[in-house]
Design a binder for this molecule. Structure first.
Ligand SMILES: C[S@@+](CC[C@H](N)C(=O)[O-])C[C@H]1O[C@@H](n2cnc3c(N)ncnc32)[C@H](O)[C@@H]1O
Length: 376
């Protein structure tokens, strides 16, 4: 399989691949091609294949525990779900929660990779699982010839219109990599531009997404992947549709200005259960701001009650937009463009979008990894 720039000389294998945000960034860097992916969720695996593996022959759509034909690669990349790890000290190999951990390490070893890139949530660096990974890549661990470096990176610093802080662990048995260098900052400095705002992303970027959208279903179309029919493959613009909101919800959203949330609702519009809870997540029913990057996009961005996901346009020239981000807007906030296509139901695609590594962030990591691999 060759899905890559013509200059690509290095290979990646993507574990827990989701829709392939990490792979997209590595391919965009230009030095890499992908030899495949492992992903248990059929819709996500179909999305990966539709983008990077058109015949679907190198996308293993199953549990990593069953992935046996491990190819040789230069770099294993992957972002396992954090809740899949075991508690520190529990070394019981029969504990199901140990499986993801053990298999990531196993595949790195069996692939003969020179390096690995492991992505996870910000707080991962404070978990027992992080210690387990470090222990594996230490003198008496299973990856004894690897050494690890830990980077805490904010996607906004790499041009993504979103504040999303992630822990990136680079494991290497050929020497350290440089710290990925931010291209953007909160304020301009040292040749860096300022963070990309939502206005720039939606209205001035390569994909202009007008706020005025239709209430609609996804188009009727499906592909066959792994012998199963999966909805898709949808273009980014197919995903720029909204769901139905009842009138009361719309009235609630109309009261919330950019930067505000549920605490700004008048008493009579509070949900009864909220009246008793005057503290807690201020982001609930939050409205985004046009001139800032978005907050971290999660898998339920299409539900305003799940976070700060209301569209930023509010009372501009009398026009209000009283809905959550569309799937297309959320994908753009994650840094995807029109090259990427999507498979699955709306909920499945939302999960893929919310779980993804923004490609520009992945690309910055790919750059330092390629620099190390290409000098050896
Ligand atoms: C955080 S997401 C990965 C996102 C991906 N790195 C990207 O950039 O798009 C984690 C993925 O691991 C998958 N997963 C969970 N358990 C798995 C298992 N046992 N084997 C293979 N994939 C698994 C989930 O379905 C999910 O898509």
């Amino acid at each position: 399989m060759r899905t890559s720039a013509p200059t690509a000389r290095l290979t990646t294998l993507d574990l827990f691949a989701g829709c392939g945000g990490l792979t997209r960034g590595f391919l965009d860097e230009g030095s890499f091609s992908t030899v495949g992916a492992v992903e248990v969720d059929t819709a996500a695996a179909a999305t990966f294949a539709a983008n990077f593996d058109p015949r679907g022959e190198h996308t293993f759509a199953g549990d990593i525990a069953d992935f046996r034909s491990v190819p040789d690669v230069d770099v294993v990349i992957g972002g396992p779900p954090c809740q899949g790890f075991s508690a520190l000290g529990k070394r019981d190999p029969a504990d199901a929660r140990n499986q993801l951990w053990r298999h990531f390490v196993r595949v790195v070893r069996e692939s003969d990779a020179a390096m690995f890139v492991f992505e996870n949530v910000d707080r991962f660096a404070k978990t027992p699982e992080f210690e387990l990974l470090r222990r594996a890549a230490s003198e008496d661990g299973e990856l004894a010839d690897f050494r690890t470096q830990v980077f805490r990176l904010n996607a906004a610093d790499f041009g993504v219109p979103q504040k999303r802080v992630r822990t990136i662990i680079v494991g290497s048995r050929i020497g350290p990599v440089a710290q990925p260098a931010p291209t953007h900052g909160k304020a301009p400095a040292d040749g860096r531009g300022t963070w990309t705002s939502l206005r720039q992303a939606f209205m001035q970027g390569p994909v202009v997404l007008e706020p005025d959208v239709r209430e609609e279903w996804l188009p009727e179309s499906s592909i066959v992947f792994g012998g199963q029919e999966v909805p898709g493959a949808f273009k980014l613009r197919d995903l720029h549709i909204t769901r139905h909101y009842d009138l009361t919800s719309q009235i609630r959203y109309a009261h919330i200005a950019p930067g505000q949330g549920r605490f700004n609702l008048p008493e009579e519009l509070q949900y009864p259960c909220w009246r008793r809870h005057t503290k807690g997540a201020g982001d609930v029913l939050g409205r985004l701001r046009w001139d800032e990057p978005a907050v971290t996009i999660r898998t339920e961005f299409f539900r305003p009650e799940k976070g700060r996901f209301l569209h930023p346009q509010w009372q501009n020239g009398g026009v209000q937009v009283n809905r959550a981000l569309t799937h297309a807007e959320a994908a753009v906030v994650q840094g995807f463009d029109e090259r990427h296509v999507w498979c699955g139901s709306k909920a499945e695609i939302a999960r893929q979008i919310g779980n993804a590594v923004p490609p520009s962030l992945a690309r910055a990591v790919a750059q330092v990894v390629a620099q190390r691999l290409l000098v050896v």
